[in-house]
Design a protein around this ligand. Structure first.
Ligand code: NAD
Length: 387
């Protein structure tokens, strides 16, 4: 492997990385990249390993086999955690409950997972002088200022009323009975705690706020590789509807606006953070693609077109159906109206810009979904319900 240098031309030393939640969507892509393109070692911690099985098995068979070790553990109650953090140069914490369907239906688990369970990780990093990259969320911004203006106000079009800036924008959540905000609020408090550890105890930290990263291996398809009654995030929900040839369910008209970034672009940003600590430490970074904005309804329409192209199957005449959030998510649901990340800080510190268009990222993702699930779905549908 050619000598690797950082953004300032200095050689990059091989690192040992303790990656918590390495078996999830983002973790699996990050492990893949670290194994294929760097000399770094990964101690991969998770309760599941299915999504990184291809990197771990067969044992000893890959060029990277001696650089990745899986530790099956739950950070809620495992005394090995501190030792693994101590053995590493850097800890990356991805572990969380992070599916919107859980925020209002399992608010206690959501708060414990995103705040209480992350506390020992922050404490061990701080006490042992270890660097921490912590995954937060764009949901910490909550609603935009513009959403409180009258519907016809021309100010709604002014960027200062909706563009989300790490160091300026407020965090605007709904009332406590809207339990949807339990996730955002827990993430906000852990961000504040990490920031305070940096300010008072010198913790070297970077906080990542992902804005709808999507791609292969995100979540699960209900009834195929996850519970039939489970409700994954929007990409997997819509993929499930497409695979079943049923209309895509649009919650409350699908009017919310989102920006989607391809997982592979986003992973490049994380790599820059890992390998450029002097530029990343002490910062909070938005990581998203402001050019890929659509309403959820437009996303559904685009996914329908892309899926028809990649599968060769005609789309339904009525490709979407409206459902209320009460019916789909239950009581206590609420939503952010619009999420445009400001890219100034990440661009200045790390020179990162997203590249992949929404159409292209949906094409590669839905090609993966079709190849991975279409056959299994056919068989599941053909089986009598009693099986
Ligand atoms: P994911 O659910 O696919 O991965 C999380 C992983 O953490 C899972 O494999 C899970 O088993 C593991 N985990 C959870 N609790 C654990 C525990 N107690 N002990 C051990 N392992 C545990 O989610 P993801 O999309 O990869 O997200 C990773 C992080 O990024 C999360 O903190 C999430 O809040 C944040 N995030 C992601 C997005 C996105 O667009 N994907 C957006 C906003 C925030």
């Amino acid at each position: 492997m050619a000598a690797r240098v950082d953004l300032d031309g200095k050689p990059i030393k091989p690192l040992t990385i303790c990656m918590i939640g390495a078996g999830g969507f983002i973790g699996s892509h990050l492990c893949e990249k670290l194994m294929a393109e760097t000399p770094h070692k990964v101690l991969a911690l998770d309760v599941y390993s299915d999504k990184i099985k291809h990197l771990l098995e067969p044992a000893g068979a890959h060029p990277w086999s001696d650089r990745i070790q899986f530790h099956r553990l739950n950070i809620k109650n495992d005394s090995r955690l501190e030792g693994l953090i101590k053995m590493s140069d850097l800890t990356i914490n991805l572990a969380a409950i992070c599916t919107p369907a859980d925020y209002n239906t399992r608010p206690l688990d959501t708060i414990y997972s995103n705040f209480i369970d992350a506390l020992p990780v922050v404490k061990y990093c701080s006490e042992n002088n270890k660097r921490l990259i912590h995954f937060s969320t764009c949901e910490v911004y909550g609603k935009t200022i513009g959403s409180f203006l009258p519907k016809d106000s021309p100010l709604r079009k002014e960027p200062e009323y909706f563009v989300l800036k790490e160091d300026e924008s407020p965090c605007i959540f709904g009332p406590i009975e809207k339990q949807r905000w339990s996730y955002a609020c827990a993430k906000q408090l852990i961000e504040r705690l990490i920031y305070a550890e940096g300010a008072e105890n010198g913790l070297e930290f970077t906080i990542v706020r992902p804005f709808n990263w999507i791609g292969p291996r995100m979540d699960f398809i209900p009834g195929i590789d996850g519970p039939s009654e489970g409700v994954p995030r929007v990409l997997a929900c819509f993929s499930n509807n497409l695979l079943r040839h049923e209309p895509l369910k649009l919650v409350d008209g699908g009017v919310s606006q989102r920006t989607f970034v391809y997982i592979k672009d986003a992973i490049e940003a994380v790599m820059l953070m890992i390998e450029n600590p002097a530029r990343a430490n002490g910062h909070i970074f938005n990581v998203g693609n402001p050019n890929n904005e659509v309403t959820v309804r437009q996303l559904a329409e685009m996914m329908t077109d892309v899926y028809s192209k990649v599968s060769g199957e005609p789309s339904l005449e009525e490709p979407t159906v409206d459902v209320s959030s009460q019916e789909f998510y239950g009581a206590g649901y609420d939503d952010s109206d619009k999420r445009i990340p400001d890219m100034t800080i990440i661009n200045k510190q790390l020179g990162w810009d997203p590249k992949t268009s929404l159409w292209d990222l949906l094409e590669s993702t839905l090609t993966y979904q079709h190849r991975t699930y279409a056959e299994a779905m056919k068989q599941a549908i053909a089986k009598p319900a009693a099986n």
